[in-house]
Ligand binder design. Structure first.
Ligand code: HEM
Length: 418
């Protein structure tokens, strides 16, 4: 934890606990007095929102698991039973299903925020890398979860994704068989996916613990991307940021509730209301929206193995990001050239997502979408491997403010306080 502790036990009991297990001290130093830059904006409330989302997924998931049956012959009906016969089962299920989308929406905002303000740069590389690990675990968890209702899309999604491993030369087919626990996706696969789907959120929670621990060593970055220099640059976390985080969390919950109560199947796929049928392939096999950009990259390459490698590279690139960015300046607010490419990158990700949602033969405005996806994939990789290292070296950044306090309060207020 950065800086000495300011905790003073208020009662004999607190003192007794503090000497044996300084948990109240930890909470006090991280959640109350923690010096937090005074200029954090709305985009900094998403870490808290994500913690809330993880909690919601774990609680609703545990309740669902009390009624769900992980058996290929019974899974689909057990989910229908949850929807119809279990008290408030429909609510718990819709919160869990839409919760996954709300979780990913928040994580994408959180990641793009980090990308924009250069939060992955030294000394916060490990915060970022632990974040990427969380993101990968989230994708795996969501994939396993989507298989559990054992609808058409569950079954065929599982078949397509596990079959990707068979592209690996020589041992690929053996790996696929090993993953299935059988010679095709079936009951054994469903069982192990359920087991992993239950396990992974707890691993995510542990990695989130490390993520936040790593955050508390250098402290938060901020929209200016400059370091904290004096106590004037910061505010205590409580009440300033507890209140701000709570306010934006309420807004997020309203959006979440709007989906759950007014359009609970908005993110879903109607094919998943059909029980899994290994003999009937759906016309288009589409993953959930949050995996679509990677799905587009995978399909944009005509060779299966190369497609898998390109998709893998797109993910590995995120881990290497702190070393691909050569700029001395963190925040894109002060990087006029890179900022333009950042927005093109954001649009590129949405475009890739759109391509992933359409059939492989789809054409828009006379252009085959597979070509659009191919160009989108090239831009995605070029953004990190070409633009970031080169522009970081040649761009002239704008002048940085003298301090956070000066930027927020102005010269006079800072001078008066000194
Ligand atoms: C379960 C998922 C996650 C949770 C609960 C979580 C939680 C948090 C919290 C509470 C903060 C501090 C508040 C804030 O800056 O918003 C934070 C900061 C941060 N997170 Fe995450 N996070 C998650 C996923 C991720 C992912 C996927 C990435 C990136 C790949 C990431 C990268 C970062 C970075 C770089 C910071 C420091 C930001 C700064 O100081 O500017 N996080 N996270």
């Amino acid at each position: 934890m950065s800086g000495p502790s300011t905790y003073i036990p208020k009662s004999g009991l607190e003192k007794w606990i503090d000497q044996r297990l300084p948990l109240p001290r930890l909470m006090h130093d991280t959640m109350q007095t923690f010096p937090t830059p005074r200029n954090l904006n709305i985009w900094y409330t998403f870490g808290g929102i994500l913690t809330f989302c993880l909690g919601v997924q774990i609680i609703t998931g545990i309740v669902l698991a009390m009624h769900y049956v992980a058996n290929a012959g019974l899974a689909f009906d057990s989910v229908e039973k949850i929807m119809r016969d279990v008290n408030y089962g429909w609510l718990i299920r819709y919160i869990h299903a839409n919760g996954a989308s709300m979780f990913f929406l928040a994580v994408y905002i959180h990641m793009f925020r980090g990308l924009y303000y250069g939060s992955y740069k030294a000394p916060r590389e490990l915060i970022w890398i632990l974040g990427v690990l969380i993101y990968l675990l989230m994708m795996a968890t969501a994939f396993f979860g989507y298989v559990l209702p054992w609808g058409q899309m569950s079954f065929w999604g599982a078949t397509v994704i596990t079959n990707l491993f068979s592209a690996i030369p020589v041992i690929g087919q053996h790996i696929a068989t090993w993953l299935w626990g059988d010679f095709a996706v079936g009951d054994a696969t469903l069982n192990r996916f359920f087991s992993l789907h239950y396990l992974l959120p707890f691993i995510i929670a542990a990695v989130v613990g490390l993520h936040i621990w790593a955050l508390h060593v250098p402290g938060n970055n901020n929209p200016l991307g400059i370091d904290v220099k004096s106590p004037q640059d910061t505010l205590p976390f409580h009440p300033y940021y507890t209140v701000k985080d709570a306010f934006y969390l309420c807004l997020y919950v309203i959006l979440f509730a709007a989906f759950v109560f007014y359009s609970p199947d908005f993110f879903g796929n109607p094919d998943n209301y059909q029980p899994a049928n290994p003999l009937v392939t759906p016309p288009d096999i589409v993953p959930e929206w949050y995996l679509l950009p990677y799905y587009a990259m995978l399909r944009s390459v005509p060779n299966k193995l190369l497609g898998v490698l390109v998709m893998g590279l797109a993910l590995v690139t995120l881990v290497l990001l702190p070393w691909l960015d050569t700029s001395r300046v963190r925040s894109l607010r002060f990087r006029p050239v890179m900022k333009q490419f950042f927005w093109v990158f954001a649009v590129d990700c949405v475009l890739l997502g759109y391509c992933g949602s359409q059939s492989v033969e789809a054409v828009a405005f006379g252009i085959p979408l597979v070509i659009v996806a191919r160009l989108g994939t090239v831009y995605y990789l070029a953004y990190f491997w070409v633009l970031m290292p080169i522009i970081g070296l040649i761009e002239t950044p704008k002048k940085l403010p003298a301090s956070i306090a000066q930027s927020v309060l102005g010269d006079k207020a800072v001078a008066a306080a000194e």
